[in-house]
Design a protein around this ligand. Structure first.
Ligand code: ARG
Length: 266
């Protein structure tokens, strides 16, 4: 069953790839702000069509990756855990989101001590917080998230630099199921995932490369990059409605639909 969601997004009006902090970013390749804004707008409107609420935060000049709102906060039960970025180029984003939350009435807000790229590396299933580490989020931030949010945390080790955030390798389909790309995880973490989610949808390397695991599910509708058709048919076979979106421009910065989408959970 779909449940209405509440998202926070940031329009990519200052989008650029002028530094490289993941293997997808090539500053020598041209990017178009207009195309990025058009693709982002279609994603936002898709959520609204599906009945979700989307709020927007004002983008800031000089912060080209601010469109990836998912990296700036983890909200569970109305509690907000802010972000602390690994790359100095993104550090200032955290404060803009902190202020947005305070101005919008989220008083229960903690800024982390440990490096924490929020929903880039944290995925809330409804029961547990799956937490990635290996490239960005400090493993000590997992314990910090457990204390601050008061939810059980399961740590997962990422091993492939192309899948530097958990949300490039796994997404939550429903309270009891996920889709993921096993090869992005260490052998031990693969065993954890098999044990926790025996019915999981397992993606191919092709779908993973198109950022198919950067999907967004409301429990019934799943928003996927248009190229991730193998994963899409598998999900349709399991009763999900797949909605495809174009994210080719955002992918040049190493992001997809989920990266642009911070979920606010009351
Ligand atoms: N260029 C950004 C970075 O490397 C992309 C972030 C994508 N966001 C995400 N949630 N995976 O930090």
């Amino acid at each position: 069953m779909p449940t209405p969601r509440h998202y926070l997004m940031c329009p990519p009006r200052y989008f650029a790839v002028d530094y490289s902090i993941n293997p997808w970013m090539d500053p020598s390749k041209p990017v178009s702000v207009d195309v990025a804004v058009a693709q982002w707008t279609e994603l936002r409107d898709t959520y609204r069509r599906l009945g979700h609420t989307v709020e927007e935060i004002e983008p800031q000049p000089g912060l080209p990756d601010m469109v990836f709102a998912a990296n700036s906060g983890t909200v569970v039960g109305g509690r907000v855990l802010g972000a602390r970025f690994r790359a100095p180029q993104r550090a200032a984003e955290a404060e803009h989101f902190r202020r947005w939350f305070l101005e919008h009435g989220y008083r229960d807000l903690t800024m982390p001590e440990k490096i924490n790229e929020a929903e880039g590396d944290f995925a809330w299933t409804g029961q547990v917080l799956l937490a990635g580490t290996g490239f960005r989020t400090d493993p000590a931030a997992h314990a910090e998230a457990q204390e601050v949010l008061g939810v059980p945390v399961v740590s997962l080790q990422l091993v492939d630099p192309r899948y530097y955030h958990l949300d490039t390798a796994l997404f939550v389909l429903s309270e009891s199921n996920v889709a993921y790309y096993p090869e992005a995880f260490s052998p031990g973490s693969q065993r954890v995932l098999r044990r926790m989610f025996p019915e999981a949808v397992v993606a191919s390397s092709v779908d993973a490369e198109w950022f198919g695991l950067n999907g967004v599910s409301d429990g019934r509708n799943v928003v996927l990059p248009v190229e991730a058709t193998g994963l899409g048919s598998e999900l349709e076979g399991r009763g999900f409605e797949v909605v495809y979106v174009e994210v080719s421009e955002l992918r040049k910065a190493g992001g997809g639909p989920k990266c642009c989408t911070l979920e606010i959970r009351k």
